[in-house]
Design a protein around this ligand. Structure first.
Ligand SMILES: *Cc1c(COP(=O)(O)O)cnc(C)c1O
Length: 229
């Protein structure tokens, strides 16, 4: 593991190559730094490299380090949101990528209305079939949660998110990411508007995700090194 600047350069090279292979523009993929369980000095190092898009997985942990994020940083919740954390989440994040239940959407909307904030939302889809993972499994569930978001005036639905399967088989990974893209396409058709964001791909599978259309890759350990907590 090198410095964050060195790791970032390697990741950038790999994103460029994956985009070239996919016939895509580099500008169509955003890199999110997943800063969960990383010490403050790593976060500051990433900020020093110009990174301004961050992913966090636990509300409590984000609240403890919220002052480290400058005003021009964009911070998304990518981990499961418990309803009793909706108030803190509503007060801080720029987006919640991990919505998978109507009741959580409603709790978040209530808190956003009280805070007079409007944020972006995505529905998390379980494309791996792994029981340990969050997210909706079936299309009708996706449509239900997406519908609840559409009815929430302080949430703007702009895409879907998934965590790829635990596998190093390119075919298995790409099949899961293609499944998310197909759900997204169907949902766009049913809702009648564009859902541009496909949040998929992490340290071990971001190239496969880019080949299947990822617009936002979420990278933790390959950028920062192993998590400390
Ligand atoms: C931890 C996490 C990541 C980053 O994982 P790495 O394998 O360390 O890159 C991305 N997305 C979500 C939802 C996560 O929980």
């Amino acid at each position: 593991m090198g410095s964050i600047a060195e790791n970032l350069q390697d990741i950038e090279d790999r994103i460029h190559r994956a985009c070239a292979r996919a016939g895509r523009d580099r500008a169509s993929v955003r890199l999110m730094a997943v800063s969960k369980q990383q010490p403050p000095e790593k976060l500051l190092e990433a900020l020093g490299c110009g990174i301004r898009l961050f992913g966090e997985s636990r509300v409590q942990e984000t609240m403890e380090k919220r002052t480290l994020f400058p005003d021009d940083a964009e911070v998304h919740l990518v981990g499961h949101l418990q309803r009793n954390k909706a108030r803190d989440a509503a007060g801080f994040y720029d987006a919640v990528q991990s919505l998978d239940a109507v009741r959580t959407v409603e709790a978040l909307e209530t808190r956003l209305a009280a805070a007079e904030r409007r944020i972006t939302a995505m529905v998390e889809v379980n494309t791996s079939g792994e029981e340990s993972k969050q997210g909706v499994w079936r299309y009708d569930e996706l449509l239900q949660v997406a519908g609840a978001i559409e009815n929430a005036p302080h949430l703007e639905l702009n895409g879907v998110m998934t965590i790829g399967p635990i596998s190093s088989d390119e075919t298995v990974l790409r099949r899961a990411f293609a499944a998310l893209r197909e759900f997204r396409d169907r949902l766009e058709n049913d809702l009648g508007h564009a859902l541009p964001e496909l949040s998929m791909g992490m340290s071990n599978d971001f190239e496969e995700a880019i080949l299947e259309g990822a617009t936002l890759v979420r990278i933790g350990t390959t950028l920062f090194g192993e998590r400390s907590r």
